[in-house]
Design a protein around this ligand. Sequence first.
Ligand code: ZN
Length: 186
Amino acid sequence: MVDQNKIKEAVKLLLEGIGENVSREGLADTPERIARMYTEIFAGMDQNASEHLSRVFTVENNEMVLEKDIVFYSMCEHHMLPFYGKAHIAYIPDGKVVGLSKLARTVEVYARRLQIQEKMTGQIADAIMENLSPKGVMVMVEAEHMCMTMRGVKKPGSQTVSIAARGVFQENDRLQKQFFGMLGVR
Ligand code: ZN
């Protein structure tokens, strides 16, 4: 659980650390505001993807399902700066599917915490494998990292792409090509 008082204290200290006057008008409510905001953007820490993925439907047609362009916002754990972009999820059911909105919810669960993009990509794939037991899952995440674009190497617009393949996607080139084809990646 997020401890709002601790965050407030820490933000005050942080402001002092950068040489700010914490009692000036513009900053008066900032610690409180950040504490509330962190409660929202780190809400995924208290959540489990199975809350969303456990309600499954039975299907007979086990064709690939693709949900693309799932917009997400996360926070890099190295700099506590945002990284954000799109997740694309494909899976080949083995008799079980979930409502498409549940895939977006799953992305939220893992995005709303301090993260590493590669780890998040794998966590999404693993959660779908565990809960749906599909024949395979493929997840691709494309994101811009503020720690890359507003500081350090400063490469605005550069995208970090990460991929996780599970089950039949791991060894099957044809399936991977089909996935990239459906995303318009050549
Ligand atoms: Zn970073």
